[in-house]
Write a protein that binds this ligand. Structure first.
Ligand code: ADP
Ligand code: TRP
Length: 326
């Protein structure tokens, strides 16, 4: 069975963009791939410096994974930092990764251009990500479009290592990006992102969720008048509704006498309906953290067994001649 591998950084509460851009693919992939899905907590250290927040966010992502349908019987679910071989492989890969490649990283350039004073981790972030992927011989990596360049870097790094040491140690991964869902818009119409404060969080309380949906920015066309059917509300509604339902909403906007408030209510109900079971499951899991911990323990054991073998092979390839390799 081919392998699908991906991770999400625990840098905040998950939103519709994370779900439709990345996580939904993890869940859908379970039918056809062996899955490895982790919480990229080492990666978060590049920007998150509060230990309590990091810990809470990490468990929240695991709860989200499980509630949304990742099945520990089909997928290996773990915290990246519970498999320390990821950082060990990062070091081996760092030595064949040109600094220039990393300096061209969009995400690095974006952050530094916004005045973020960059730490070394931020620059070498893609090498750790390459290690995450190459460690498990990933065939595909489901991610949102903004991660495409990181995937290309992982491929470049794999090719370089294999060539440098004349081995076929690392498989070249393919990104899995859903082009039609590439960017989920936020409440202000920009890309939904926790850093823009424009998110809709599927696991927020009903009250909070309503507040977020009601904050979707619209123009001030009066109620009676026809409105642009390609507005923000419709774009989000498209994620949840059937073709007919979407057309119906569009027709109502075109006809007039249909306010943005009405549409927002329909969207809110659609979101609540879509995530009904997941929201219920999450409530149950919060009250059963022992189960969550045991799933993680099992997951890291499984992942680690593979990682240890890969690291051994990588060390042999580069000439690190420890006694255990005799
Ligand atoms: P954020 O922008 O909120 O910080 P992350 O960068 O942590 O989100 O993204 C986690 C995953 O979710 C990535 O695979 C990313 O591509 C995907 N993703 C995030 N926001 C969106 C969006 N608005 N539309 C589609 N995919 C998204
Ligand atoms: N960089 C990814 C993001 O911000 C998270 C990530 C870390 C990842 N390691 C990965 C994604 C390996 C896929 C595979 O979304």
């Amino acid at each position: 069975m081919k392998r699908s591998i991906s991770g999400i950084q625990p840098s905040g509460i998950l939103h519709l963009g994370n779900y439709f851009g990345a996580m939904k693919q993890f869940i859908d992939n379970q039918a056809h791939y062996e899955g490895f899905y982790f919480v990229a907590d080492y990666h978060s250290l590049t920007s998150l410096t509060d230990p309590k927040t990091l810990r809470e966010n990490s468990y929240n992502i695991v709860l989200d994974y499980l509630a949304l349908g990742l099945d520990p019987k089909k997928s290996t679910i773990f915290l990246q930092s519970e498999v320390p071989e990821h950082t060990e492989l990062t070091w081996l890969l760092s030595n064949i990764t040109p600094v220039g490649l990393l300096e061209r990283g969009h995400s690095y350039k974006d952050k530094t251009s916004k005045g973020f004073s960059a730490n070394t981790g931020l620059l070498t972030y893609p090498v750790l990500m390459a290690a995450d992927i190459l460690m498990y011989d990933a065939d595909i990596v489901p991610v949102g479009k903004d991660q495409k360049q990181h995937l290309e870097m992982a491929r470049d790094i794999a090719i370089k290592f294999n060539q440098q040491y004349n081995v076929e140690l690392f498989r070249l991964p393919e990104p899995q990006i859903l082009e039609n869902l590439a960017v989920v818009p936020g409440t202000d119409g920009q890309k939904m992102s926790k850093s823009y404060g424009n998110t809709i969080n599927m696991f927020a309380s009903k009250k909070e969720l309503k507040k977020q949906v009601m904050s979707i920015v619209t123009d001030s066309t009066p109620l009676e008048e026809p409105k642009d059917p390609n507005n923000n509300i419709v774009k989000l509604y498209e994620l949840f509704a059937t073709k007919e339902e979407i057309q119906e909403m569009k027709d109502k906007f075109i006809a007039g006498n249909y306010g943005y408030g009405h549409a927002k209510n329909e969207l809110l109900n659609a979101i609540l309906e879509y995530f009904k079971e997941a929201r219920e499951r999450r409530e149950e899991l919060v009250n059963n953290m022992d189960l969550v911990h045991s799933i993680l323990e099992e997951g890291s054991k499984k992942a680690r067994a593979i990682a240890i073998e890969k690291i051994k092979a990588a060390k042999v390839a580069v000439g690190l001649a420890g006694n255990i390799y005799k």
